[in-house]
Ligand binder design. Structure first.
Ligand SMILES: [Zn+2]
Length: 222
């Protein structure tokens, strides 16, 4: 299957999973591709049966399309895990590389890699890794912008697309499962002040929207 097709399907899945309407405009923005190119590809994917179009509700992946998306995510996330835990990459340096390699490896390769890595459940950015059957754990989390002031949370995942943001979070000591307290949410511009290990940090809206938290300590999961 062609790289572009796999990428589109993966991005459609990403929008669907975060509850965002899958429209030509949203896809174009996320993928940084022009609207006409996106429309053209949507037509191809519809003709091939990977997506269905519900007027006014956007596009939705068919079961076949969803299967492809989950396989791509499985490859991507296991490759990122491998790069960080075995090859000692930094967490801001793996996403773009994994985006390229994921199209080149076979299912057999990725199944063996998963065995070699000891069946990890989450990738280094906190995203669940689909299993061999395409089953994926549900993420019960919210962006830190929606968290309640005065409450404690655990960092559950972070959007892996911006190296700059990942680098900044690493510098201030934010890790997956870090315990943070919400000190202030600035309604007027969406920035958030968090307390991490007794220190206060201001997160701009751009960062706060990409940092996800939950009330669950992941170490307590079985
Ligand atoms: Zn990634």
């Amino acid at each position: 299957m062609r790289t572009a097709v796999e990428d589109y399907i993966k991005y459609i899945y990403t929008l669907q999973a975060s509850g965002i309407k899958v429209s030509t405009g949203n896809l174009a923005g996320l993928m940084q591709i022009s609207m006409p190119s996106v429309s053209e590809m949507i037509k191809k994917l519809t003709d091939a049966g990977y997506i269905s179009n519900k007027p006014y509700h956007g596009f939705k992946l068919s079961p076949g399309g969803e299967k492809i998306a989950l396989m791509q995510l499985r490859k991507h996330r296991l490759l990122e895990y491998f790069m960080i835990n075995v090859l000692n990459f930094e967490w801001e340096d793996v996403h773009q590389e994994a985006d390229k390699i994921e199209h080149a490896v076979s299912e057999k390769f990725i199944n063996s890699l998963e065995y070699f890595l000891g069946y990890p459940k989450y990738d280094p950015h906190g995203h669940p890794i689909p299993d061999i059957k395409g089953k994926i754990a549900a993420l019960k989390s919210m962006p830190v912008t929606k968290a309640k002031v005065g409450e404690f949370y655990y960092v559950s995942s972070v959007d892996d697309k911006s190296n700059e943001i990942l680098k900044y979070l690493k510098e201030i000591g934010v890790r997956i499962n870090s315990k943070i307290k919400i000190s202030k949410v600035m309604a007027f511009d969406g920035s958030v002040i968090i307390i991490l290990k007794g220190k206060k940090y201001l997160l701009s809206r751009k960062i706060a929207e990409r940092l996800f938290v939950s009330g669950i300590d992941r170490n307590s999961e079985i």
